[in-house]
Design a protein around this ligand. Structure first.
Ligand code: C2E
Ligand code: CA
Ligand code: CA
Length: 657
């Protein structure tokens, strides 16, 4: 009977195998963010379990001095070599996957490739050699001993591990310090285990070292996974900057440290990203943005915080003493980008909403709300590039919100009504049309447009108002037609904000045809503004309106900056000369005015003068062959029933001879 005794070494190895088996079971059960890692870990742990068990067996059978015993030990050793090689192979695989995912590389470095090859060669070599008497021999006393090549076989894994260690140290920036230390420490254990094993026959340091490394990798993977999950939740992936969650978390930390009042908080938005997209194309514009982020990253100091909420929206905490410098960076920064093969400087600036954090209690929510309010005030109300929020601004915004709600309610309750201001043809002094101008009848009071139109323009409510007015005007025209009156064409104002609506012309046509009104009775007035509204949108909308048969006028001509170009590009039917042009006309302006009238007529555009108050102005306009006139000289904007009288009366007294 074979007498089997379990040595201390074997006992240790059995325990380690049990632990490794336990870890394998855990690894199988846990959900990993990188499934590849999970597979590698399971493979590695299973091989470790196998190795530990086989090695334990080799200790169990070690003392058996029978020919069968030697064969068993040889087979166990061969399998042991094979498994060690597999484990090292898994280790290399693990590092490869980590390296590729971290550094986003797609090519394996040569060091790792060569290590792979070495690993495979060694595996074959060692397994075969176990069965020659080169690695293990049986001495004259029938003892199982190490042969000449044993040391060579053991040196190769040592070389592999040294290779890996060099590789890890070389790429420490990719693996992060904490993990580099963990890897290098694991490898040192392995190296130490191998060296000790080489000089001490009969111990199992190497196997235990491998076991420790597999545990270390397991722990590392869990830590890494945890960190990655956290990172993904707190980071904006494209730039690696903190996202809103990350920014919140950092604010919390600074508040806890009691340092928050050393900072100013900012919300900023890059100016003209849309036009950069148009000018340079999406890809280049993106490059510009990335260079801008890099520039900011360099400008920010260690204690400052820069976060990206997405797109070109950023948040920041900057030390108070650097406020002026920050304002400079925000107002103009130059990034260099290669455009058409040349390195070109591009100026980038941002609109900034700031909050000077004081000693009052702070919370991330409060800080975010302050800077969001500040930037929306800068963008929508004050049109400034840099706004620090204060009590006055907050009061104004609360007021604005109240007015907004009132206007919305007013629209729902039908409190807005059109007044009609006649247009007169001075060749015949006949009524030739009118302009519908909005008035707000609120609690018995008549509120003029200048008190609510600016807010409506800022908030896009103007689009609701314009269609509401059109609807109201159509209702009035329908009534007049039904009463047998013959109303002339009514001009309805349309803010340029409506150009964002792709179906604008269709919507207008739907309202007009819904009341069964000839399109010839409606004219659309679009204001000339200084806004850099894409001309192309305006042109498209005007063409579509023409397609439905509407006439289109350009309002306030002469007040904007792009007048002539606008006339060239867009085919308007009528040009309304602004009051300011007519009021202060000195000699030079008079000449200019008469050229404009002449030019408009030459390209078949009807001209009408607006805001005419004095008969002398009428006279001089007639001399310039501007025959259509709208102004107090004939009538103020009139209530519906007053205007009905004008329709009936048709003619005005000839105020000049
Ligand atoms: P606008 O379109 O240029 O309208 C002409 C403005 O000049 C009107 O002011 C009118 O009452 C005024 N006006 C006309 N003739 C004279 C005159 O001889 N002397 C003086 N001092 N003023 C004259 P109102 O009605 O206060 O409207 C102001 C502006 O509000 C309008 O300027 C227009 O831009 C806007 N608006 C009015 N109604 C609407 C509307 O329904 N939609 C849109 N989008 N804007 C509207
Ligand atoms: Ca107008
Ligand atoms: Ca006007």
């Amino acid at each position: 009977m074979v007498n089997i005794t379990i040595s201390f070494q074997a006992f240790i190895l059995f325990i380690a195998a049990a632990v490794a088996l336990f870890l394998t079971a855990f690894t199988v059960m846990i959900k990993f963010s990188m499934p590849k890692m999970k597979a590698i870990l399971i493979k590695m742990e299973l091989c470790t379990v196998g190795l530990l068990l086989f090695m334990a067996l080799s200790y169990v059978f070690d003392g058996i001095k029978s020919p069968n015993g030697f064969i068993i030990v040889s087979v166990i050793n061969a399998v042991g070599f094979l498994l060690i090689c597999f484990i090292l192979y898994c280790y290399i695989e693990y590092l490869t996957v980590l390296y590729m995912s971290k550094g986003r590389f797609n090519k394996l470095p040569d060091t790792l490739k060569n290590t792979f090859k070495l690993c495979v060669i060694w595996m074959l070599f060692s397994c075969l050699a176990v069965f020659t008497d080169r690695i293990y021999i049986i001495d004259e006393n029938n003892y199982y001993k190490r042969g000449d090549y044993f040391y060579l076989a053991s040196v190769i894994p040592l070389v592999i591990i040294v290779f890996l260690t060099v590789f890890i140290i070389q790429n420490r920036s990719i693996f992060k310090t904490k993990f580099t230390i963990l890897f290098v420490a694991s490898n040192c254990i392995l190296i130490a285990g191998t060296v000790i094993q080489m000089f001490r026959f009969g111990d199992c340091f190497f196997e235990i070292a491998i076991f420790l490394v597999s545990v270390a990798l397991y722990v590392f993977t869990l830590m890494e996974q945890n960190e990655e999950l956290q990172l993904a939740a707190y980071t904006e992936l494209k730039s690696g900057l903190p996202n809103a969650h990350g920014f919140f978390a950092i604010i919390c930390q600074i508040i806890q440290k009691g340092n928050i009042s050393n900072y100013n908080a900012y919300y900023f938005d890059v100016v003209g990203m849309g036009s950069m997209n148009n000018k340079y194309g999406d890809k280049k514009a993106n490059e510009i943005l990335i260079s801008y982020i890099d520039l900011l990253r360099n400008w920010f100091e260690k204690d400052d915080v820069l976060g990206r909420l997405g797109g070109d929206f950023f948040v920041a905490l900057v030390k108070k003493e650097r406020t002026e410098e920050f304002m400079k960076v925000m107002s103009d920064s130059v990034v260099n980008v290669i455009i058409n093969g040349n390195n070109q400087p591009v100026h980038v600036s941002s609109v900034v909403g700031g909050y000077k954090i004081d000693d009052t209690p702070q919370s991330p929510e409060k800080i975010m709300s302050k800077i969001s309010t500040a930037i929306s005030y800068a963008k929508n109300v004050s049109k400034e590039r840099f706004v620090f929020i204060d009590d006055e601004i907050e009061k104004k915004l609360i007021e604005e919100k109240r007015n907004y709600d009132n206007i919305l309610k007013g629209l729902e309750n039908g409190e807005f009504v059109p007044y009609y201001q006649p247009k007169v043809n001075t060749e015949t002094f006949e009524l030739c049309g009118c302009e519908a101008l909005v008035r707000w009848l609120k609690d018995g009071e008549l509120i003029p447009p200048y008190k609510f139109i600016p807010l409506m323009e800022r908030t896009d409510l103007i689009c609701n108002l314009d269609l509401y007015m059109l609807e109201h005007v159509c209702r009035d025209i329908r009534e007049w037609l039904d009463e047998g009156l013959c109303p002339p064409c009514v001009s309805v104002n349309l803010s340029r904000k409506n150009l964002n609506n792709e179906n604008l012309a269709e919507d207008i046509h739907k309202i007009v045809s819904g009341h069964n009104i000839p399109v010839s009775l409606i004219q659309i007035e679009i204001t000339e503004t200084n806004d850099a509204y894409p001309l192309i949108e305006l042109k498209k909308a005007v063409d579509k309106l023409h397609g439905f048969g509407f006439s289109v006028a350009i309002d306030d001509f002469g007040t904007g900056s792009s007048s002539i170009n606008l006339l060239k590009e867009v085919s308007f039917d009528e040009l309304k000369i602004d009051k300011t042009f007519i009021d202060y006309a000195d000699d030079k302006e008079q000449k200019l005015l008469s050229y404009i009238i002449e030019m408009a007529k030459a390209i078949d555009i009807n001209v009408i003068a607006e805001g005419v108050e004095e008969p002398v102005q009428v006279e001089s306009l007639i001399n310039m062959e501007c025959t259509y006139i709208q102004g107090y000289v004939f009538d103020k904007p009139l209530e519906k029933h007053e205007y009905e009288d004008r329709i009936r009366r048709k003619k005005y007294p000839a105020i000049i001879q």
